[in-house]
Every structure is written in structure tokens, then in C-alpha cells.
Design a protein around this ligand. Structure first.
Ligand SMILES: NC(=O)c1ccc[n+]([C@@H]2O[C@H](COP(=O)([O-])OP(=O)(O)OC[C@H]3O[C@@H](n4cnc5c(N)ncnc54)[C@H](O)[C@@H]3O)[C@@H](O)[C@H]2O)c1
Length: 346
């Protein structure tokens, strides 16, 4: 069989918001055969039976681990139960695609990472920005010398995202749950480890955890960064608006990207090249991840999937920033305002 036409057999655990995106990507791909879907919700499983009658469904994940025909297990539950599934998958020799973070605490993530290092199984963690065409293109522009030496990285990711009590409890407050992606992006662009930083948060609506955070500091190589992330952006605004993107100022030029979760807009202002490019945001790029994972299995080496190592560093650093900010974040607003927003969102 031509290796490029080999189909890999996968079973997925967790069919929530993310699991359904994987289901759609895997069933649309020529590289994958989705064999099993496991979730505790029978309503969700019934939907799968209706739309994908060839896919087997179960609420007992052991059935997936017992299926010797599977190449890969996808683990898309919340973080608290992910380590147990990772260990079970490794024990039966499966490759793994999983969601971030690897576990619900940094020490447990490090323990899992050490176990993965001792395994020959291939594991990818969905740090989705690393599969984004626009980040790859912007980095090529920077590497071509168009902006000189990168000096200042500014990242904004502010929208009316998940409110307190709405879910993702094990993942923690937004700067860890979501902000870890942007801590990873800044480190990826800087090609360096975090040096010193200061984090400021706001405990919006007097909720005890900061729901907004800004961090500025330097990487070990001297590049300066500022990351601002929060799910407090216009929660009850009559018309929704986001503030999301990245800007890299170099010694000679600048590149700036903004997106509204639908369209990406990039302004290249280099020494020889000026342009404005737009393109699709592409949601979580699950199709790209699944394709690259299949190609990595073909090649027997990672050809571009985000790694557990990068995910654990992003988790550890974002958690440290969040913990630091939590110590001195002011409380602003009222829990009555929070209840008003929650009621509106329902
Ligand atoms: N990479 C990203 O950009 C990104 C974005 C959103 C969420 N996530 C991560 O994805 C993960 C899932 O998030 P979500 O929003 O889809 O959550 P979710 O709550 O919508 O889905 C979790 C699913 O897991 C199922 N589940 C729970 N226990 C189970 C068990 N024992 N066996 C089988 N199924 C079980 C639940 O029934 C639910 O359907 C989280 O860890 C989150 O951090 C990543």
C-alpha cells in the first residue's frame, strides 16, 4: 500500500465542544478512520449514531483500549481525567492526540511528560496556534530579515469568552485555560525562554480569580513581550467586539496581525515588502493537526505537530503568571453584574 494513502484508525474520548470538532475533522479526512467515540453523554452518542452509523459508540472507554486495531487514541475530556487516559493509552501501545493542558496541575503535567519521554509513542498536544498558516507565514517574513531583529512582541487575546462557573474548572482561570496558548505563541516567536516578568490582573465582577491579565517582561535573549488576555471584553455590549492579534516590532520594520475569529488580517511593513493580506481564521485548525499527525506517523518523526514539552512549559509559565497576578489583583464590579451576564449568556 502507498504509505501516503494509509488510513490510521482512531478512537476518541470526550465529545464535548472540542471532541465534536475532532469528529468533524476526522470523518472529513481521507487519512483517518474514526472507529470509536466514547462519552458519558448518551445524547451526544445518539447524535453520532444518527449521523455516522459506521462509528461505534460507547460510554466505557476501556473498549477503546481493548481494540487492538486502533493506531491512535484522541483524549478530549477536561484536564483532570486526561493523565489516566494517557497512561492507559501508552500501556496498550497507542499513539495519542490530546487536548491541552496535559493535566490539571503543573506537577502532574511534569510527571506525565516524564512518562511520555520514556515512550516511543507519538504524542501531540493541540496548541492550535502552532498549526496556523498565518503564524507560520508571519514568522517566515520575520526570518527573511524584513523587520530587522525582532525586539517587541505584543499579543492581545480579549473577547467575551467563558464566564466563571461556565466550565473548564480543572483548566483554571482564563489566563491558564486560554492564555497558555499566547504564552506559547510569544515564546515560539521569541525562540527563547521566559526571563523576568510582572503580571497584573483584575478580579472582574469581584469573582475571586483574575478574569483578565496583562503580563510584560523579557525573554532570556532580551526580546520584550506584553501579553494581555481576558474574557471580560464587552460581555454585555450591545454589539460584540474582540481585540485579538499579535504585533512584532523589529529594529527596521513591523508586522501586525488581527483577527475576529473569522478573518485574519496581516499588515506586513518590511524594508522591501509592504502588503495587507487577509485569509480565513480556520477555527482550531484541527484539520491541520490531524493531517500533520497522520504525516508524522507516515514519516516516523514529528513533521510539525505541537509537542507535550511546549505545552507543559506554556502551562507552567501561564500558571505562575496567574498565581502572581492573583495576589494583588483588585476586585472591580459586582457579583450581581456577573449574574446578569451569566443569565444573558444562557
Ligand atoms: N486547544 C484549544 O484551543 C482548546 C479550546 C477549547 C478547549 N480545549 C481543551 O479541550 C478540553 C475539552 O474542552 P471542551 O470545551 O470540549 O469540554 P467539554 O466539557 O465540552 O467536553 C468534555 C467532554 O468529556 C466528556 N467526558 C467526561 N468524562 C468522561 C469520561 N470518563 N469518559 C468519556 N467522556 C467523558 C464529557 O461528557 C464532555 O462531553 C479541555 O481540556 C480544554 O482545555 C482546548
Amino acid at each position: 500500500m502507498n504509505i501516503m494513502s494509509k488510513k490510521y484508525r482512531i478512537g476518541i474520548i470526550g465529545l464535548g465542544v472540542m471532541g465534536q470538532k475532532y469528529l468533524n475533522a476526522l470523518t472529513a479526512s481521507l487519512r483517518w478512520e474514526l472507529v470509536w467515540v466514547c462519552d458519558l453523554s448518551h445524547d451526544l452518542l445518539n447524535e453520532v449514531n444518527r449521523h455516522h452509523p459506521k462509528v461505534k459508540t460507547t460510554d466505557v472507554c476501556q473498549q477503546l483500549f481493548d481494540d487492538e486495531s486502533l493506531d491512535v487514541i484522541g483524549i478530549f475530556t477536561l484536564a483532570d481525567i486526561r493523565p489516566g487516559f494517557i497512561r492507559q493509552a501508552l500501556a496498550v501501545g497507542k499513539h495519542i492526540i490530546c487536548e491541552k493542558p496535559l493535566a490539571a496541575s503543573v506537577p502532574e503535567e511534569k510527571a506525565v511528560l516524564a512518562e511520555l519521554a520514556n515512550s516511543d509513542r507519538f504524542v501531540a498536544v493541540n496548541m492550535f496556534n502552532r498549526n496556523a498558516w498565518y503564524h507560520e507565514e508571519i514568522q517566515q517574513f520575520i526570518q527573511s530579515g524584513e523587520i530587522g531583529s525582532p525586539a517587541i512582541i505584543t499579543i492581545n487575546h480579549q473577547n467575551a469568552g467563558m464566564m466563571p462557573t461556565e466550565g473548564h474548572g480543572p483548566e483554571g482561570a482564563p489566563f491558564h485555560d486560554c492564555g497558555m496558548h499566547y504564552v506559547d505563541v510569544a515564546r515560539w516567536y521569541a525562540s527563547s525562554e521566559y526571563g523576568q516578568w510582572h503580571a497584573q490582573g483584575v478580579k472582574m465582577w469581584s469573582w475571586p480569580e483574575p478574569w483578565w491579565l496583562t503580563v510584560h517582561g523579557t525573554f532570556v535573549n532580551g526580546i520584550v513581550f506584553n501579553i494581555t488576555q481576558g474574557f471580560v471584553y464587552g460581555q454585555l455590549a450591545e454589539t460584540r467586539i474582540n481585540h485579538c492579534g499579535i504585533e512584532v516590532i523589529g529594529t527596521l520594520g513591523v508586522v501586525r496581525m488581527e483577527h475576529d475569529f473569522h478573518e485574519v488580517s496581516i499588515r506586513y511593513h518590511g524594508i522591501n515588502h509592504t502588503s495587507h493580506k487577509t485569509g480565513p481564521y480556520g477555527d482550531k485548525k484541527i484539520d491541520v493537526l490531524c493531517e500533520r499527525f497522520a504525516q508524522s506517523l507516515d514519516a516516523g518523526k514529528n513533521i510539525g505537530c505541537p509537542t507535550p514539552h511546549d505545552s507543559v512549559i506554556a502551562s507552567e509559565v501561564s500558571q505562575a503568571m496567574l498565581d502572581s497576578a492573583a495576589q494583588h489583583a483588585p476586585m472591580i464590579g459586582t457579583q450581581a453584574e456577573m449574574q446578569r451576564i451569566l443569565k444573558f449568556r444562557k
